[in-house]
Design a protein around this ligand. Sequence first.
Ligand SMILES: Cc1cc2nc3c(=O)[nH]c(=O)nc-3n(C[C@H](O)[C@H](O)[C@H](O)COP(=O)(O)O)c2cc1C
Length: 416
Amino acid sequence: MTSQCRARRQLLQFLAASPFLSPLAAVASGLQASTSPLEDLITSPEQALNVFDFEAVARQRLPPAHFGYMATGVDDDATVRANRDGFNRFQLRVRRLIDVRQIDTSVSLFGVTWPTPIVLAPIGSQRAFHADGELAAARAAKTGKHLQMLSTQTSTSVEDVIRERGEPVWYQLYPTDQWTVTRALVQRAQSAGCPALALTVDLQGGSNRETATRARRRDTRDCLSCHKPVQGATGSSGMGSALPDGKPMFAGLDMSQVRSLQAAGADWDYARRLRDSTTMKFLIKGIVTREDAELAVEHGIDGVIVSNHGGRGEESARGTIESLVEVVEGTKGRIPVIVDGGFRRGTDIFKAMALGASAIMVGRPYIWGLSAFGQPGVEAVLDIMRREFRVVMRQAGTIRVSDINRSHLVDRQIGK
Ligand SMILES: Cc1cc2nc3c(=O)[nH]c(=O)nc-3n(C[C@H](O)[C@H](O)[C@H](O)COP(=O)(O)O)c2cc1C
């Protein structure tokens, strides 16, 4: 070994061992920022500079299996990364010398005005992340006046969540393979006062969640004391959690015939039948193409959500911000288009609004906040995202959300 090589090796060893410089070593070795050392962890929500600060705390606090359930994508997790990378395709074109003292971030959905376009995405089983689960998220949504969408797999009933939120939430529907159960879920959400229902269609074929499986293997706790394996269950998540064992939205329903939360045979007639079974606004969550956006409009669907389930469906390797472009071309402004997947920064939100989104949903970040600090953590995450969005609106010279348009972006792929 030359003396130059030896010196370089010694330097790298020093960097790797140094508690102060190890983030640098992590970057040098290609690790992600979320692997920052414990001494970098925030100890209260106020210390956070951005939403990623909560991920590091969540990683430390959660059991490996629960962190893995949250973090996982499918196959190589390429679609999780693509959701973030997709934003880099678009650069900002900002305007100057506009009076930006008054900024209005409000948006309107189905005639209701929300002070912010940031919606809480449906995330199942939130008590796996904090004892207060969906109730903490509801209280934080109330503080920041956010629209919240509740998962079929909620660990707290829709009635309790609405009580805590102080106004109705939207309901996300996993249809199940039994129409009587599906109909009962829809009727319960409607009776609870939910004004809108979103049918999730992006897991119909099953998903291969290797990161979740590996994380479960590292977990030394007795998972069967909480998760009961269900006889005959089909689905991806194992542990019997493919079926809603003990979940409050299924209480009192005859689940003896249910084998999956997905309706593998669902088609557009099925969607129309569901739509006709309720007076709630009916959205489809999981649309990623122009063709399906056009079909949604043709079938009288009230709105679409561009989503790849946070990279947990198929390994498309395509970010939702890129899918948004063609979905907006398909709907042509006739119905609202909401988008989720990888939203972490105010600039991400700005780009989606410039591409024609009506609102955006945030998933994992508020779960990081919940896992780290409960309700104050969720509040802080939402607060940071609202703040960052306001800053970029001001910097771009856009006073209202309706001022944000395609002229504020350059698509690197086409150079304009
Ligand atoms: C832990 C976890 C649980 C989820 N549960 C549901 C669910 O029950 N229903 C659903 O439609 N989507 C579910 N999703 C997808 C989210 O609604 C949303 O599409 C996705 O998280 C957005 O991407 P992001 O996490 O990168 O923000 C879940 C996502 C995660 C990470």
